[in-house]
Every structure is written in structure tokens, then in C-alpha cells.
Design a protein around this ligand. Sequence first.
Ligand code: ADP
Length: 349
Amino acid sequence: MKLRTYLLLANCISIAFIIGFLLVSFQYMLVTKKQLVWLVTATIGSGIASAGLHFLLVRPLESSVRRMRDGAASIASGDLKARVTQQTRLAEFRDLAVQFNAMGASLDRSFAQVKAAERAQRELVANIAHDLRTPLASLQSYAEALEDGIVQDEESFGRYVSTIRSETIRLGELIQDVFDLSTLDADKAMNNPDAQSEAAVFEDSLVGLLSRFAPQLNAKSLHLRVLAPERSLAIRMSAVHLVRVLQNLIENAVRHSPEGGIIVVEAKELPERRIRICVTDEGAGIPPEERERIFERFYRVEKSRNRAGGGSGLGLSIAKLLVEQYGGEIGVEPATGQGSRFWFTVREA
Ligand code: ADP
């Protein structure tokens, strides 16, 4: 039943009650016939006037309800941008319209987030599939060449075997990176409280790492300089995670440094017991428009995906997740002269 019909019916029932009461009064001779006619006419007249008034007054109410109904129907049909006007004289409907629009905006935001997450997930799977396929394809072709006896001389045989080994290592690293990313994502989703209580010693982490990098540094005749305060620096971060962040940054610095270049690892004390750690190289640097994007998963400045000497494009995103997990920040800036300076902040334990 429509609101208008409902009000009209209520009006008619009231009039019928009054007329009934007047008829009973007439039967008991409480009113004269003349008075009865007059009172019944007055009751019907005021009933009609009141119905007309109701009719007018109920119009803004009806149009507000209609607007809300249309807005809800648009949202139900998938138009999450639909909003209702908040211009109404009725305070309750104005509040309802404000709440309705806030609900629509929040639905729209959540839907956009879900879509972005789905897109990112699809891209991640596509990237992983691509990066797994490339080394697997070359492994297969090299293994088949060896199997078919195409390679006769010892030198080529050695080269084939060494390529198979390096592709296997690259595959292993990629799988490890993807595994680390998913573990870190899960930790982030659970807001891992353990992460906040562990501590690492900066010098110890660095010493362990430098011996690991010695062959690569020697191969490119790179010089590595460490600048740190005299005192030992205890950092509020698990040693495994600190080593992982430093390793990813130093690995990139080594990869992008020219022969004979200098790499500087520096730890500086900041106010409020914070520490800024920088890894500076003398490489080609990073174009300004790429500086934010290089922290995205699988993003590489060198677009070609046949990464001669390149990594998986996951190193910096892993470093960012780790640093942020401990409440720090990470970024890159151009180094003085030539090259890049990657930095991250951590808290002192
Ligand atoms: P990758 O494992 O491919 O190096 P990263 O996530 O570590 O992936 O780095 C993303 C991209 O950022 C790299 O492809 C590279 O182009 C760029 N990059 C990282 N570090 C440096 C650096 N020190 N100098 C120049 N470019 C760098």
C-alpha cells in the first residue's frame, strides 16, 4: 500500500468514528437533528481539508523515499558511484542521505581495493609463470643438447654445464624470493608482534655478508667502504631480516657498479634513537620517474625480461616489506656525482 493511500484510509477511519459517535449521540438525544447535520458536515469538511493537507505535506516525504529507492536500486545494479541528493527539508532524510552516500563511497573504495588486489594477484602469477618458464626453457634446451651429443669439445661442454648450473641457481633464488614475499605478506596481514622484539648487531650482520660478497667484489675490482659510528649498533630488527635487506641493496650496488667502482655502506645516527643505513654506488643511477616504481614487485628499470646479469625484480620489494614491518622507511636518491644511494631507517634496540 502506498503511503498516500495509507494516510487517506487513516483519515477516513477517523471521520467514520466521529460520525458514528455523533449518530449514537443523536440516538440518545444528546444532540438535535439540526446540530447533527451541522456537526457531520463540519466533520466531513475538515476531513477533506485534512486529507488535502496530508496530501501536500506527504509529497516531500514521498520524493525523499523515492530518491533513496532509486539510489539503492542503482547500487544494487552495480553502479557504485550512485549518490542521492542531500538537499531536503526533512532533517531525518538529510541524515539518511548523508549516511547512504557515505555507505556508497565506502563500498566503492572497498570494491576498488578488491579489484586492485585481484589485478595484482593476476600480474604476480603471470610474472612468476614467465620468470619460471624462461630459465626452465633454457635448462631444457641445454640438457637436450647435451643428451643429443651435439656438444663435442670439452670447452663447450663446460660452458653448457655452467649455464645449466647458473640457471638452476637463478630458479632457486626466484623460488626463494617468491616464498619470502608470501611469508612476509602473511606476517604483515597478522601484524606479526614477534617482529618488534628482536635485535641485530649492525657490524656482525655486515661482516658475515661481506665475506659472502668477496668473490663478486673481486671479479669487478670493486672497493667496499664501511662508515659507521665507533660504538656497536644494536638494531631493533631480526638479524636474518637485516642481513636480507643489506644483501639485496649490496647485491644491486655490485650489479650496477662499473668496474673498479666504490660502494659505500654507511650507518648514521638520527634523532630519537633512529638509524639511517645507506648503500651508495657509482652506477648509472635511477631515472627520477622510476624511483618510486622500483619498489614494486617484479618492476625492473631495464624493461627487457631476458635479464642478462639482472635479478627477479623482487629484491627491493622484499627489502621494503621487511623495513616497513619494523616501522622504518626505505627510499633512493641520486648519489653525489654519479650513482644511487639506497637508504632505509631502523630503530635502535
Ligand atoms: P632485481 O633483483 O631485478 O635487481 P630489484 O627489486 O632489486 O630487482 O630492483 C628493481 C630494479 O631497480 C632493477 O631492475 C634495477 O633496474 C633497479 N635498481 C636497483 N638497484 C639499483 C642500483 N643500485 N642502481 C641502478 N638501478 C638499480
